[in-house]
Ligand binder design. Structure first.
Ligand code: CA
Length: 222
């Protein structure tokens, strides 16, 4: 998933970016409120991790502006402001969840998973299609009941396809899930990861729709 991280503290931002990447996300990191708004206006994100005390524009104002445009994007607030009034203000401004600093990285990732799950409207967290199951909580992928080892990029790509089984995703859409700003994107990397996935799963698991993109077949309902 592609996540926007907004945090002005260099050390904390660095740790957060590393932790989120390790959890398999592509992370864009902005360090002030104005850059965050620019990023939100121009890029597609699955969720935002937002600090409140930010230079140039307060996190609460960023959140209010986002919600004023009726964006249903999941937002998790991270802040040192820990009074009850602050929490109420944050939630009223449209935050979906709230973590007070200092916090545990494992808890942040778990809460983010919960937000992404709710945003996807899925009561069951495990994705299943075409004989493949993918559990976002444990990151365990199985094909026909057997565990499959995937790299983090292969996992991210498979997850993107499995979230919308039966729907073709173009190479550009898949790259959005795989890469953050500044990441080097090779000209045929999506093809390479698809090739790896087919080798590890099954040659038929992911279909190529020529000129359109890639698709995982929806399980037929019996
Ligand atoms: Ca701050």
């Amino acid at each position: 998933m592609r996540i926007l991280l907004v945090e002005d503290d260099a050390l904390l931002g660095d740790a957060l970016q590393a932790g989120l990447k390790q959890a398999g996300h592509a992370v864009d990191w902005t360090r002030d409120g104005v850059s965050a708004e620019t990023a939100l206006a121009t890029e597609e994100y699955a969720a935002v991790v937002l600090d409140l005390g930010l230079p140039r524009k307060d996190g609460l104002d960023v959140l209010r502006n986002l919600r004023a445009r009726k964006r249903a994007l999941p937002v998790l607030i991270l802040t040192a402001r820990d009074t009850v009034e602050d929490r109420i203000r944050g939630l009223d401004a449209g935050a979906d969840d709230y973590l007070v600093k200092p916090f545990d990285l494992g808890e942040l990732n778990a809460r983010l998973r919960a937000l992404l799950r709710r945003a996807g409207g899925r009561p069951a967290p495990v994705l299943a299609a075409s004989g493949i199951t993918l559990d976002p909580a444990s990151r365990i992928v199985e094909y026909r009941g057997k565990p499959v080892e995937l790299s983090s990029k292969e996992y991210a790509l498979l997850q993107a396809l499995m979230q919308q089984p039966g729907r073709a995703l173009s190479r550009a859409q898949l790259e959005q899930h795989l890469y953050a700003w500044g990441d080097e994107i090779g000209s045929n990397t999506v093809e390479v990861y698809i090739h790896h996935l087919r080798r590890k799963l099954d040659a038929e698991a992911i279909r190529t729709l020529r000129g359109i993109g890639y698709v995982i077949a929806r399980d037929s309902v019996t």
